[in-house]
Ligand binder design. Structure first.
Ligand SMILES: Cc1ncc(COP(=O)(O)O)c(C=O)c1O
Length: 379
């Protein structure tokens, strides 16, 4: 066989695949059971009425053929209603909503839709490790805008360079903060100045703590003219395995995603869309319960750590490791897996991401081991 096409060779190592492999290998070693705080996989599934909607729809005889290629209109109307009623954003379900098999798909496809060969895609640093894959396939370069802890992890977009596209992500994985006032407005200004498009990754939009309200980039004046938002069923409803997400906002960008869909995917299984509608339109208590569980685990972790932690949203804690302590030491000597900061961009070295999407017992045990590990290097 000939060698892999250049575009595949450009792909970076898949951070999470490598991490899962490393954690599985460590778990197989002798020792006490490993506590895995490294992964971002919701520990609780969707509420029963959502699973029931899938079951009931799958029993219908006429749902097993190809679903409408660009998604059922009802599914797009359900998310548009959510945006209107909860986030205060008006969207046209037909032209401003694309249904996608998980936002990870859109992370890649948006880069392909916005960048030509040799273009630049601007990422925040730290960033979600899957962001470099799309520009690699597109033949685009990556540039970064720094996020600094003492500035609330918000970028100075008035000083940011021009680029074909800018990705932002609030609540932030890994920084666990919500957008500071003015950040989204800065992004719209950046787009006006550079002609680039803004992509806001809102995968954790509903997972916010301490009375905060979910905030959509699209609620910012001028946002729809310059960008889109990615919204996911994975974290809000614990449906990560179902692979359902949306790209919403700018009609031209939505059309580009739909165009790629027409050529490379064929919609989503109709019963999954029925369950998506049930989740979006049915009782929402499970969302509040999920948020409460993460907030409770955040406190368990905070009590064990020597420095105060910042966690305004998502189910992560972004932690600076003390001198002498690395993710590898935590894994092999203390049997706690964390996501090493190196994969989150140039500024991630010396940091680690901890997940709250595990049982209370796992958090308690992990917190105890972290406390011991931190005390060990402080001594
Ligand atoms: C910041 C961020 N964006 C996107 C995704 C992908 O989510 P989805 O399950 O919708 O593909 C994740 C998943 O962990 C994430 O953390």
């Amino acid at each position: 066989m000939r060698s892999r096409p250049e575009r595949l060779q450009r792909l970076p190592q898949q951070y999470f695949v490598a991490l899962l492999g490393r954690v599985a290998a460590a778990a197989a070693q002798d020792g006490p059971p490993l506590v895995d705080l490294g992964r971002g996989n919701p520990e609780a599934g969707p509420p029963a009425h959502v699973v029931e909607a899938l079951r009931a729809a799958a029993l219908e005889p006429d749902v097993h053929g190809y679903a409408p290629i660009r998604g059922l209109q009802r599914t797009k109307e359900a998310i548009a209603a959510r945006y209107r009623d909860v986030y205060g954003v008006e969207l046209d379900a037909e032209s401003e909503v694309a249904l996608i098999p998980g936002t990870k798909t859109a992370i890649v496809e948006l880069a392909l839709s916005l960048c030509d060969d040799g273009d630049t895609l601007l990422l925040p640093d730290p960033y979600y490790p899957d962001y470099p894959s799309g520009p690699a396939l597109a033949g685009a370069r990556i540039a970064t805008v720094p996020l600094r802890p003492d500035e609330g992890w918000s970028p100075d977009l008035d000083a940011a360079p021009d680029a074909a596209a800018l990705y932002l992500n609030y609540p932030s994985n890994p920084c666990a903060v919500c957008a500071r006032p003015g950040t989204f407005e800065g992004a719209v200004r950046w787009a006006g100045r550079s002609g680039g498009a803004v992509v806001h990754d809102a995968a954790y939009m509903d997972i916010v703590f301490d009375g905060r309200a979910p905030e959509s980039f699209l609620a910012t004046p001028g946002a729809k003219a310059v960008g889109v938002e990615m919204w996911s069923m994975s974290k809000t409803y614990g449906m990560a395995g179902w692979r359902v997400g949306f790209v919403l906002g700018n009609a031209e960008i939505v059309e580009r995603i739909n165009l790629l869909n027409d050529h490379s995917r064929v919609g989503l299984f109709a019963p999954i869309q029925a369950a998506t509608i049930a989740a979006l339109e049915g009782p929402q208590d499970s969302v509040a319960e999920r948020v409460d569980a993460y907030a409770r685990r955040r406190e368990l972790l905070a009590d064990a750590l020597p420095e105060p932690i910042v966690c305004e949203g998502t189910f992560f804690v972004w932690l600076r490791l003390p001198e002498g302590l690395t993710a590898e030491v935590l894994l092999t000597e203390h049997r706690v897996a964390v996501a090493p900061g190196e994969g989150f961009g140039p500024s991630g070295t010396g940091w680690a991401r901890l997940s709250l999407a595990v049982s209370d017992e796992a958090i308690a045990l992990g917190a105890e081991r972290l406390q011991r590990a931190f005390a060990g290097v402080a001594a």
